[in-house]
Design a protein around this ligand. Structure first.
Ligand SMILES: [Zn+2]
Length: 302
């Protein structure tokens, strides 16, 4: 790779674009139990690693992370339990080591605990080899704590390096949930070849942090009231209902868990339930769309 982008040869920009791409669509013709559409709720339990990942030691910001543990997760879990809904929690290994009982409780209640880096590191800033080592160590750590080997990942801050997918394939992960080439599931291509890994796509539009986070020292301030955030999420959900597709939502315990916001989660669940949703973990969604697509292919080839 040399020179400024406007001087690149065609193979240079093509190679970059083709490293990780969306391949075949994996939207099934039907959902389990005659559901009209699917709902995948996720919570990124970053907790104190939001501060640690940049080398910080701010007591105040770490207390914000601890709010996620003390108030956010219990409040979320009680909403999920009230409605009998299973969800996915993506947990940095350091966060899981700080709060092992939280992860054990979640798995005990039937929720999924998925990979979310070691200390919420930026994958694209790591030296060569470090990303692989951290991903393997994070998977071993989550397995040791919960007793379940994680089968899927979400890169911290959705920061996906050119090596991330190859490492995920080596680890035989079933799915990733960090990319946004579609609203429905698709298979990831690595250098133009099918990787076998399902993408359960995310979007900043469907992420509570994009609307609610703030940073005291910076200019970042929440600018959207909770009622407007709910309206955006509900319109995304209504679109998924109309398409018979997937509604995937990303939330954070210290963000959505507040008294003034937790109702958004409950109203989304109520609206989805009233319209005939299949609620599932990201792992269940990935497994289902993969099996459905393969069966469909076999049927067409016969
Ligand atoms: Zn995160």
């Amino acid at each position: 790779m040399s020179g400024p982008p406007w001087q690149w040869r065609e193979d240079e920009w093509r190679t970059r674009v083709d490293r990780v791409r969306a391949g075949r669509a994996l939207q099934p013709r039907s959902w389990p139990g005659n559901a009209r559409f699917a709902v995948a709720l996720s919570f990124d339990s970053d907790h104190e690693t939001n501060e640690l990942r940049d080398g910080g030691r701010s007591i105040g910001r770490m207390s914000w992370g601890q709010y996620g543990v003390r108030v956010g997760v219990p409040r979320i879990v009680s909403v999920l339990q009230r409605h009998g809904v299973q969800a996915s929690f993506f947990v940095p290994a350091v966060s899981a080591l700080l709060h092992p009982e939280e992860q054990q409780r979640l798995v005990g209640l039937g929720h999924e605990v998925g990979l979310h880096g070691w200390i919420h590191e930026w994958n694209t800033e790591l030296p060569p080899g470090a990303e692989r080592e951290l991903m393997l160590r994070a998977a071993d750590t989550l397995e040791a704590i919960t007793g379940v080997r994680p089968c899927g990942m979400r890169t911290p801050s959705w920061d996906f390096s050119p090596e991330t997918l190859a490492i995920a394939r080596e680890m035989e992960l079933s799915y990733d949930s960090s990319l946004m080439a579609d609203e429905d599931c698709y298979e990831l291509l690595l250098d133009g070849q099918p990787s076998g890994i399902v993408e359960v796509p995310v979007e900043w539009i469907r992420d509570d942090a994009a609307y609610f986070l703030m940073h005291r020292a910076g200019s970042l301030r929440p600018y959207t009231p909770p009622t407007d955030v709910f309206d955006i999420f509900r319109r995304e959900l209504d679109g998924a209902i109309e398409d018979g597709g997937l509604f995937q939502l990303t939330m954070h315990p210290h963000v959505i868990g507040a008294r003034s916001r937790i109702w958004i989660l409950e109203e989304i669940i109520r609206h989805a339930t009233a319209n005939g949703a299949w609620f599932a973990t990201h792992a269940e969604i990935a497994a289902y769309v993969r099996t459905a697509a393969n069966a469909q292919n076999e049927g067409e080839n016969r």
